[in-house]
Design a protein around this ligand. Sequence first.
Ligand code: GLN
Length: 204
Amino acid sequence: MLKTKKIGVLALQGDFDAHRRRLEELGAEVVLVKKPEQLADIDGLVIPGGESSTFLKLLGEEGFAQLRQFVLAKPTFGTCAGAILLAKAVENPPQAGLGALDIDVVRNAYGRQRDSSIREGTFQGAPIEMVFIRAPKISRLGPGVEVLATEGKDPVAVRQGKTMAATFHPELSGDPHVHRAFLQLVEDSEDNFRDGPSSKHRIP
Ligand code: GLN
């Protein structure tokens, strides 16, 4: 039987509760992470939307360093402001990134007209509703980064190794596919990393 995964949702500010509900609907055990010590006890982390500069202020230098250590080691999914935090470089204006994803992002990159909107995009080949709220755009994709979703010509969800990000808010739409993909990533990472190669990769 599969062990229930413990997923943390960073709960410093922003819309963390919608992520909690969605993950619980999908069968995960959810912990709202308010203190860095809680990171030691979870299998994966969701960094929600909100205001990325406020996250940085609330984390402080030490919290940032602890979060960085976690996201470089364990599966993490950032949405909107969370995606901004995971990036390598951030513009408009420049600010620190955790560097877990080899992408650059531009904050608030949609013009005023489309500041916030609901549009249809494609996630893993299927149409999906996407809620954008003062969203960033991914302006550079490193060679190891896989595009999971697009809206028009723009990449709007990406994955590199055990790290995933979306510039939209899947927790605000009814479609569970994006969170399910993250839970699968947590599952696969455990297989691959927890006790070294799993038996299915071993030569008999
Ligand atoms: N505009 C916010 C930022 O730059 C992100 C908005 C969001 O998370 N919905 O951090």
